[in-house]
Design a protein around this ligand. Structure first.
Ligand code: S3P
Length: 444
């Protein structure tokens, strides 16, 4: 896969963030909205879909497998599904771009259909481990041929009927859980996934909403999710709540830049995603929930965030799955805290869009922040609220969250922070730099 030319960005310090912004739709829910709608019989409507490159890769793949997917001029997406079991053989390789969620969940869908699909992606995605989904999907009968090391490009030959399994997740991964549950939709009998450590539960909530035959029990072994396959899905009208992982950048930005006072509207507060808010509060962040409501079966609120003096903490390990995508920006918050922050217990950061532990250590050190790298996280000595030295160049490593996190760090730095390539931001948050400019001056 070829990459577009790099998009360098320089961030100037800000004198304070002010105003209101609305975060885009949740990425995890957006992917699942398209996939489940594409398997329902009839027309589903999706409002507030995240129109980022990752989700558009899922839309293109579902079209390639027979679903009709259109965006109306009103911004509402209308999807005519093919029915569970009705996916068609794609004519070409599926281009997954940078998106691990598209890849792993769609591998699950293909695994129990009588079709073959090839998955390919960019350099970042092609370096990420797929064995975690290859193993359970192969046990269900799919025939998967991967590149060396269980990487992309890879080919999935689905098995129909597939074999139901009981599978205990060896890594806390919502993507692996979801891949198995999606495969289970077209598999006779009961497939069970046991998660010893809870991960984001959007798949379970949405599958139940679409009428799948699914139960979730809390047991001593963990959460046991049982899905009775080969039942139809009913089309839905979905409103996608705002993405807490996108809101996280503004929560930290307003907390660290003196004088800031902002409202971030439409933030999803599903407890399996809300770890950063809890950890920021432990560090002393000033976050108030306004107008709590329910959007599409998920808790949502607007968040008022004011500048606050942050204090370093030891981040509790068990919170990691509920803020796994927020560690890069948590490291930035830590860089401005009083004292030391120890954020460990997050090995998974090594296999995200980049190795986020190494990438953030390099980026922070290049900008004068003292860090110590561990196999599972970072220890960071904060500035006590002062501007960090800045002046460094950040390698974003094809990782949207590295680029956005370091853009936030640059808002309170003595010298401008430059980012070699902000292009990957388009995968999850195309409006990020426009909204940054709206909230403060300082982007060149
Ligand atoms: C996601 C799950 C998480 C997360 C990713 C999206 C999902 O990955 O990092 O950005 O939508 O299921 P893992 O489940 O692999 O931890």
């Amino acid at each position: 896969m070829t990459h577009p030319p790099a998009r360098p960005v320089t961030i100037e310090p800000s004198t304070g963030l002010h105003g209101r912004i609305r975060v885009p739709g949740d990425k995890s829910i957006s992917h699942r909205s398209l996939m489940l709608s594409a398997l329902a019989v009839g027309e589903s409507r999706v409002e507030g879909l995240l129109e980022g490159e990752d989700v558009l890769a899922t839309a293109a793949a579902m079209r390639a497998m027979g679903a009709q997917i259109e965006r109306g001029e009103d911004g509402v997406w209308r999807i005519h599904g093919v029915g569970v079991g009705g996916l068609l053989q794609p004519a070409q390789a599926l281009d997954m771009g940078n998106s691990g969620t598209s890849t792993r969940l769609l591998m699950g869908l293909v695994a129990s259909h009588p079709i073959t699909a090839t998955f390919a992606g960019d350099a970042s995605l092609s370096g990420r481990p797929m064995a975690r989904v290859i193993d359970p999907l192969s046990t269900m009968g799919a025939d998967i041929t991967a590149s060396p090391g269980g990487k992309l490009p890879l080919m999935v030959r689905g098995m129909c009927p597939a074999i139901p399994i009981e599978y205990t997740l060896p890594v806390a991964s919502a993507q692996v859980k979801s891949a198995i549950l999606l495969a289970a939709l077209n598999t006779p009998g009961i497939t069970r996934v046991i998660e010893p450590v809870p991960t984001r539960d959007h798949s379970e909530r949405m599958l139940a909403g679409f009428g799948a035959n699914l139960t979730v029990e809390a047991t001593t072994r963990g959460r046991v999710i049982s899905l009775h396959g080969e039942a139809g899905l009913k089309p839905q009208s979905i409103v996608v709540p705002g993405d807490p992982s996108s809101a996280a950048f503004w929560l930290v930005a307003a907390s660290i830049v003196p004088g800031s006072d902002i409202v971030v509207e439409n933030v999803g507060l599903n407890p399996t995603r809300a770890g950063l808010i809890a950890v920021s509060r432990l560090m002393g962040a000033d976050i108030t929930e306004l107008n709590p409501r329910d959007v599409g079966g998920e808790p949502v609120a607007d968040l008022r965030v004011r500048h606050a003096a942050l204090t370093g903490i030891e981040v509790p390990h068990d919170i990691a799955p509920s803020m796994i995508d927020e560690y890069p920006v948590l490291f930035v918050a830590a860089a401005f805290a009083q004292g030391r922050t120890i954020a460990r217990g997050a090995h998974e950061l090594r296999v995200k869009e980049s190795d986020r532990i190494a990438a953030m250590r390099d980026a922070l050190e290049a900008n004068g922040v003292a860090c110590e790298e561990h196999d599972d996280g970072l220890t960071i000595d904060g500035s006590g609220g002062e501007a960090i030295p800045g002046g460094g160049r950040v390698a974003s490593k094809l990782d949207h969250r590295i680029a956005m996190s370091m853009a936030v760090a640059g808002l309170h730095a003595a010298k401008p922070v430059s980012i070699d390539d902000a292009g990957p931001v388009a995968t999850s948050y195309p409006a990020f730099f426009d909204q940054l400019a709206q909230l403060c001056r300082g982007v060149r």
